[in-house]
Design a protein around this ligand. Structure first.
Ligand code: TYD
Ligand code: MG
Length: 446
């Protein structure tokens, strides 16, 4: 196949040019030209442009989706029941979080069940991958590996080996020699994913792409990668901490409402089935501690939100958020100041979710606000009895309902957190929630 020449296409206006420009000659936008292999063939070999016969949706056949169960329960659940043959899954996460460990374990379990698998390592040598597999046990050592970054070689290997499942670690280091862009560039990543997708679909291979995320948390490389793949999973947590969560951000074959909790141990990742119990047992119950009844996908999860408020020397003062969104923290601080009489404008504020878990939902607002107020007053919530809370804060200081209130309440009840502070008729505003959780504060304010 002739694919020596490349063209450059503007991702904004579609202008095509034989050479790269910093500024698009078509629309004058900067840095929009992306290199593409110019030889385009009709993918099906059909004469180009021949008419198709539309089929009513009711007559479209839907073959049952067969799935490859990896044997890692939390991973299978987040995938929607296992890997789908012919699909592309992208697992993103920051370096050191455990992407290679998770994918090696999954392939090991599949191999142990007699499923042909392949591990393509572009980042580490085969020897390095072996050292990891030794920690993970005999199943992981059965996984066949190639250490390669040349896309042509990888595609040829897939064609020759025809594994049922393949991991490419990582998509950012593979490159197509016909393109001049360096590995990890927009054009390269797009080409790598596109060609792997074609082999995956043609040969029914379930391909798992490992991807890096940038400091800001988005997947490095183009957004187009997220559009191309069938499923985007995000592996989150802090490298120094033991807990990690796996979430589906996009899933063409299942729900995006699923999340799994893992713990990194000496012998690999272990699923954490009793996460609520563990986090609750570790909760301090001191000033600045609140228990959030969160939802991890469709499962309720109790996590401790901790806050520290200290006099600041800085203008503006520090706002540090671990495990919660910075913008949510800013909103909670503003509502506390304007509607609940807790002004922290001259204090450094630190908020973190214990265990390194991330909670990215509006339902976390109330627990964050309670933890902050408790820290600011130096008083424990509920007089030292653990207090569970959930609910969203509105901009006018009102408490707003969030989804799955019954499940959150039930989980709290299971571990003896009663009553739970949640939006309702008796608890309509943040001020009333503070009064209920910090009675001493009300007395002082009066
Ligand atoms: P790794 O899977 O290489 O992370 P990623 O591919 O996301 O960059 O592993 C991350 C860390 O986990 C690494 O610092 C070593 C540690 N680790 C364990 O604690 N136990 C284990 O069994 C393994 C394999 C790794
Ligand atoms: Mg890795």
């Amino acid at each position: 196949m002739a694919r020596a020449v490349s063209t450059f296409t503007c991702s904004a206006c579609g202008h095509e040019s034989p050479k790269w420009h910093g500024r698009c000659p078509g629309c004058a936008e900067w840095n929009t030209l992306v290199e593409e292999a110019s030889t385009r063939r009709s993918p099906s070999g059909r004469a180009r442009g021949s008419a198709l016969r539309p089929v009513p949706l009711g007559e479209v056949e839907t073959p049952p989706v067969k799935r490859l169960r990896t044997g890692i329960g939390e991973l299978d659940r987040v995938l929607g029941g296992g890997l789908v043959p012919g699909s592309l899954v992208l697992i993103g996460g920051s370096p050191g979080i455990g992407k290679s460990t998770l994918t090696s374990m999954a392939l090991g379990d599949l191999a142990a069940g007699g499923v042909p698998v392949l591990y393509v390592s572009g980042e580490e040598s085969a020897g390095q991958v072996r050292l990891r597999a030794e920690r993970l046990g005999p199943a992981a050592l059965r996984v066949p590996i190639v250490a390669e970054t040349d896309l042509d070689a990888v595609v040829a290997t897939l064609e020759a080996e025809r594994p049922a499942a393949c991991v490419v670690d990582s998509v950012q280091v593979l490159y197509d020699p016909a393109l001049s862009g360096s590995p990890g560039s927009v054009g390269q990543v797009r080409e790598v994913a596109g060609r792997l997708m074609r082999v995956a679909k043609q040969r029914g291979i379930a391909v798992v792409l490992v991807g890096h995320v940038t400091k800001e948390g988005s997947l490095a490389g183009p957004r187009v990668l997220e559009h191309l793949v069938d499923c985007v999973l995000s592996f989150e947590g802090e490298r120094e901490r033991t807990y990690r969560t796996l979430r589906a951000l996009k899933n063409r074959f299942g729900s995006t409402n699923e999340a799994g909790v893992f713990e990194m141990t000496e012998g690999g990742l272990v699923e954490v089935a009793d996460a609520s119990e563990r986090f609750l047992a570790e909760a301090t119950r001191g000033p600045g501690s609140a228990v959030l009844c969160a939802m991890e996908g469709s499962r309720p999860l109790l996590v401790e939100v901790q806050a520290l408020v200290a006099p600041s020397e800085l203008v503006p003062p520090r706002r540090v958020a671990n495990g919660v969104d910075r913008n949510r923290l800013a909103l909670v601080l503003a509502v506390l100041a304007r509607h609940a009489g807790v002004a922290l404008g001259s204090s450094d504020v630190f908020v973190s979710v214990a265990g390194g878990v991330r909670v990215d939902e509006p339902g976390a607002d109330l627990a964050i606000a309670l933890a902050l107020a408790s820290a600011a007053r130096g008083l424990p919530l509920g007089g030292g009895r653990p207090v569970g809370a959930f609910g969203e804060l509105g901009l006018t200081g009102e408490l707003r309902h969030v989804s799955h209130a019954d499940r959150r309440r039930a989980e709290a009840g299971k571990f003896g957190l009663e009553p739970v502070l949640e939006p309702g008729e008796s608890l309509a505003t943040l001020r009333s929630a503070l009064r209920a959780a910090l009675p001493a504060q009300a007395a002082r304010a009066a």
